[in-house]
Ligand binder design. Structure first.
Ligand SMILES: [Zn+2]
Length: 304
């Protein structure tokens, strides 16, 4: 089952021909999520063949234009395409008022309902849960209130060893217990779950750290994830500008990845001043080897 991230836009505040503003599409076992929604997101979703009519959950990290201005066009397109299912939007509280004002002024109404869930910028909060995964927000450190997001599969149940179960003649209730790592008793004898089951699939995880300065407080929320996206707006030479605008450099992103012991790092949110982003990767890999510099359309699969 898929756990796949697609970068829809890897650029910073000013869009360029090859780097659109921030937006990402995540498919976790056929659950479809949109993370941030820079200008033109619906076009990027089309371009990279994402199933955007299936997206039921949209996460907006903060209200700087390059992370949310695409929401107006995106919602309008969804409505024109005939969407009727409710769309859940996890975002700073003010986004609801902005969308309401826009609809009031334009006299438009969508064919579907919006369910707004306000982000908490003080602490880690569970935003969504189903039988497959959980999604959390956590505070990052930017010039306005801003959240990162963590997508984590639930640990799957243990797998039964069919031959052992047959041999013992275990019933459904006992099998349920064993899959949940509990022993069961059969004819007065204890059947240990380790003897008749094997480990289930490992839980995969992805953490998104949008606009943020270097802040080690983030590490507690992203520890050991398989994949981390961390913004990297300016090269080391402009570190002071990064600090002033509460953004990060490649080395800072890489240091967070290293300290958090993540599997792989993707860096992005590149300032429009840079035509070539190879230098970003070169600076990051000195600290964290498994780094990729994002580009629009880049996909990353987390394997089981
Ligand atoms: Zn920002």
């Amino acid at each position: 089952m898929k756990f796949e991230l697609t970068i829809l836009g890897c650029g910073g505040a000013i869009p360029t021909l090859d780097k659109k503003p921030t937006s990402q599409y995540l498919n976790v076992q056929d659950r479809h999520f949109l993370i941030d929604c820079g200008e033109g997101t619906q076009i990027q979703l089309r371009k990279f063949k994402c199933k955007f009519s299936k997206i039921d959950h949209v996460f907006i990290s903060h209200l700087h234009g390059d992370h949310f201005l695409g929401i107006f066009g995106y919602l309008s397109t969804l409505s024109l395409l005939g969407r009727t299912n409710t769309l859940n939007i996890y975002a700073p509280k003010d986004l609801e008022s902005l969308i309401e004002a826009h609809n009031e002024i334009s006299g438009k109404k969508y064919n579907f309902n919006l369910n707004f869930i306000s982000l908490d910028f003080k602490k880690s909060t569970k935003l969504f849960e189903d039988n497959v995964l959980e999604v959390f927000s956590f505070p990052v450190n930017h010039t306005v209130e801003c959240c990162g997001f963590l997508f984590r599969e639930k640990t799957s149940k243990r797998k039964i060893i069919k031959d052992e179960i047959k041999k013992l003649g275990l019933g459904i209730e006992d099998i349920k217990k064993l899959k949940n790592s509990e022993d069961c008793v059969l004819n007065g004898l204890t059947v240990k779950y380790e003897d008749v089951t094997t480990l289930g699939k490992k839980s995969r995880s992805y953490a998104y750290c949008a606009d943020t300065k270097y802040d080690e407080k983030i590490i507690q929320h992203i520890k050991n994830v398989d994949l981390l996206y961390h913004e990297s707006t300016f090269l080391e030479e402009l570190k002071s500008k990064a600090t002033k605008t509460k953004h990060s450099t490649p080395s800072q992103a890489a240091k967070i990845a290293l300290l958090a012991n993540v599997g792989s790092l993707i860096i992005g949110h590149f300032s429009a001043r840079y035509d070539n982003v190879d230098l970003f990767k070169q600076q990051a890999v000195k600290i964290f080897k498994n780094t990729t510099a994002a580009y629009d359309g880049y996909t990353f699969q987390i394997k089981n």
